[in-house]
Design a protein around this ligand. Structure first.
Ligand code: ADP
Length: 263
């Protein structure tokens, strides 16, 4: 707010022009603040697993561990290393998406054919702890970039599995809505998300429950990635959730993005 006043005083433009300039500067300040936050977040996310790793390595250097204890340490070190690898991979994905704001190329991607692979990945992640249901109600292919669409879909499915307690159920559905939009919807019977959090979920590193997210292997970047992929495909990400009941995350694709397979 301070620099806003300075700018208005220094340039005796007409009212609307000063206002325009002042808005530009607050926008720049906001961008700069977001960049600083992002660097601080990334540093923190990398430092934490590194600190744990160094701690274990120091212990192993200084004392002789019993074989079972040693293997437990190695498992924990592997978990932390994987966490850093996932974070770096998500950061690279996000950087690539952010550098490329162009509309995604339009090649037909058969959602129906993809469902098998999505299902086996989901089952591997769930380890039999959830009831998982896949349904394909439309034969339409989606025009877009295959790898990005796969990544957006599997991000939504893995969130549903990671946040839904054992015994819950997850439903994945591909259909065309009455308004002609293609809908890829993932519904879970998980904890649900409070309305106040929903608008912020696609911000980088925004988490409702930080420790729960990290425990389940989350990087905090999944929905930011999904949002970018959606916007490159002119798709909307719709989130409907009820606390204590569960959530539905839907990617809605405009009718122009749909293609009837085989015609
Ligand atoms: P994370 O790696 O933390 O899962 P995401 O960007 O994928 O990062 O999600 C951001 C936050 O949104 C999560 O930390 C979690 O709090 C919340 N969230 C995402 N999906 C779900 C879901 N299906 N049920 C409940 N909360 C969810």
């Amino acid at each position: 707010a301070a620099s806003l006043t300075v700018v208005v005083q220094v340039f005796p433009f007409a009212d609307d022009q000063s206002l325009l300039l002042a808005q530009d500067i607050t926008e720049l300040q906001r961008t700069e603040a977001m960049r600083r936050d992002f660097v601080a977040n990334v540093s923190h996310e990398i430092r934490t697993p590194l600190t744990v790793l160094i701690g274990f390595l120091e212990t192993m250097q200084s004392i002789e561990l019993a074989p079972d204890q040693q293997s437990r340490y190695l498992d924990l070190m592997m978990t932390q290393s994987r966490r850093m690898k996932n974070l770096v991979e998500d950061l690279l994905t996000l950087a690539k998406l952010e550098a490329n704001s162009k509309v995604a190329p339009s090649t037909p991607f058969s959602v129906m054919a993809e469902m098998g692979a999505l299902r086996s990945d989901a089952e591997a992640l769930s380890k039999g702890k959830h009831r998982i249901d896949f349904s394909v109600e439309s034969a339409h292919a989606l025009m877009g970039e295959q790898r990005e669409l796969q990544s957006a879909f599997s991000n939504l499915i893995s969130n549903a599995i990671r946040y839904t307690p054992e015994g819950g159920s997850i439903q994945v559905k591909w259909s065309v809505a009455e308004d002609g939009y293609g809908e890829f919807a993932v519904t879970d019977t998980g904890p649900g998300i409070d309305a106040a959090h929903i608008a912020r979920l696609t911000e980088r590193f925004y988490r409702v429950d930080g420790s729960r997210s990290r425990d389940t292997g989350g990087t905090g970047l999944g929905l930011a990635i999904v949002k970018h992929i959606a916007s490159r495909h002119h798709a909307q990400l719709q989130i409907v959730s009820t606390l204590g009941k569960g959530s539905t995350f839907t990617l809605r694709f405009a009718p122009e993005r749909l293609d009837v397979v085989g015609t």
